[in-house]
Design a protein. Sequence first.
Length: 254
Amino acid sequence: MITDTHTHLYSDQFNEDQAEMMQRAKDAGVSRFFIPAIDSSYTNKMLQLEKEYPNEVFLMMGLHPTSVKENYLEELALVKEWIDKRNFYAIGEIGMDLYWDKTFLEQQKQAFKTQIQWAKEKKLPINIHCRDAFDEIFDVLETEKGDDLRGIFHCFTGNKEQAEKAISYNMKLGIGGVATFKNGKIDKFLNEIDIKHIVLETDAPYLAPTPFRGKRNESSYITNVVDKLVDIYGLSFDEISEITTQNSKDVFNI
């Protein structure tokens, strides 16, 4: 049993072969797919995916930092409306992204903080998106830290010190295709991080692992990430799968 804790299965890139792609993932041993939100334009596709795969697909709800624009308060209101009327398994993906645009830095910070507080009210984990924003993310987490804060640092790409800091805020590290890249760097210190802090993800259709780098990613490719962790931790494929799945259960309270 393998758990993909972060996969955008509703992406338009899967429109032509979604059923086949899902079957390939199941055949590869992936039994749970956690689906992050981006903004309201994707909500209907997420709900449809859950309807088609009710036993495998688990939805999150949130406003992605790159979707924090002039109308972010309207988008946040829709997030709140959804989490008040039905069950989700996490608030995400939320956070900060200063790679593409810093115009809405303060709005991103406010949206992140607000959604963390909603997660704590609902006793849900958060799923953090961080790009070129470690210091800013940590500043917000510092103000919200506590026993009621938990979650996943999605697509972790930081250094060892940043990994340890993320873990100190009760975050698991989401490890995906980047761990297999020659210039990914995280494989250089990951063996020094206890595997109890690690969960698996693909971020499909993005960040396909080696040897598929540059192509469309899909959840079945998570086995290449497991293979890399086998090398890093010296554990068997089944042990990596079992431990990381249990870690995901602990986060998502399943």
